[in-house]
Ligand binder design. Structure first.
Ligand SMILES: Nc1ncnc2c1ncn2[C@@H]1O[C@H](COP(=O)(O)OP(=O)(O)OP(=O)(O)O)[C@@H](O)[C@H]1O
Length: 225
């Protein structure tokens, strides 16, 4: 479903050019659960952001369901990001004045939330184990619980794809393992493709694909079954 074809990304930092990715090609078939691994600075987040159309490759192309992201105009790119991709970040990115339910609904609050969206948000919070916490604000929730809210928020739009950047980076080992199980369960239940960036190798059991980056290049690509 996602194909990265010969992608190079050069970041411009003042006068200096940083080659974050160099000739990277890989595929993430639909409805799979995959990890992008590699040491700090190897290009993992850069690759994830390109797949989410948060940034564009310097050369090469990324195809999502056989359509190249580089052929999308600005409106189509915005729609792709807003409707097709659920993002989960290390720092949860919850709004501190909103409770769990309102955070899940946050992307829809400006235009008004429908009864169906509210029902789905409540159901999602239950499914991620927060049925008793829907009126709690972020500061009344543990890190793991906050990340579960972020996962429910990402799922509300019924995304094709969930992109998670170090989702367990701020969590202890046990909570991190629970968050991976939660993402895995949700991806199966909602038949969503999930790609997770991590440099933590403790969690890589039970995954479908592993891409390992080193110095901006693919060092290893494995199906794990
Ligand atoms: N916006 C940017 N401007 C300049 N250089 C950047 C930018 N974003 C990333 N880089 C550089 O590109 C390289 C790859 O960065 P990237 O964040 O993709 O790596 P990473 O593997 O995700 O690292 P980490 O595990 O530390 O988050 C690094 O050398 C980084 O400093």
């Amino acid at each position: 479903m996602i194909e990265v074809r010969d992608v190079t990304k050069i970041h411009q930092s003042g006068e200096t050019e940083v080659r974050a990715l160099q000739g990277v090609s890989c595929r993430f078939p639909g409805q799979t659960f995959s990890f992008i691994l590699g040491p700090s600075g190897s290009g993992k987040s850069t690759l994830l952001y390109l797949m989410g159309a948060l940034d564009a490759p310097s050369t090469g192309e990324i195809f999502v369901q056989n359509r190249s992201l580089s052929t999308l105009n600005q409106t189509e790119r915005d729609t792709y990001r807003r409707e097709k991709v659920g993002f989960v970040f290390q720092s949860f990115n919850l709004l501190k004045n909103l409770n769990a339910l309102e955070n899940v609904l946050a992307p829809y609050l400006p235009q008004g939330v429908t009864a169906e969206q509210k029902q789905r948000a409540e159901a999602l919070l239950k499914q991620v184990g927060l049925g008793q916490r829907i009126t709690h604000r972020p500061n009344q929730l543990s890190g793991g619980e906050q990340q579960r809210v972020a996962i429910a928020r990402a799922l509300l739009k019924r995304p094709l794809l969930i992109l998670a950047d170090e989702p367990t980076g701020e969590l202890d080992t046990k909570t991190g393992a629970e968050i991976f199980s939660c993402l895995r369960d949700m991806s199966e239940q909602y038949q969503t493709t999930v790609v997770i960036v991590t440099h933590d190798e403790r969690y890589i059991r039970e995954t479908d694909y592993i891409i390992r980056l080193r110095d901006g290049k693919i060092a290893e690509e494995n199906a794990t079954d």
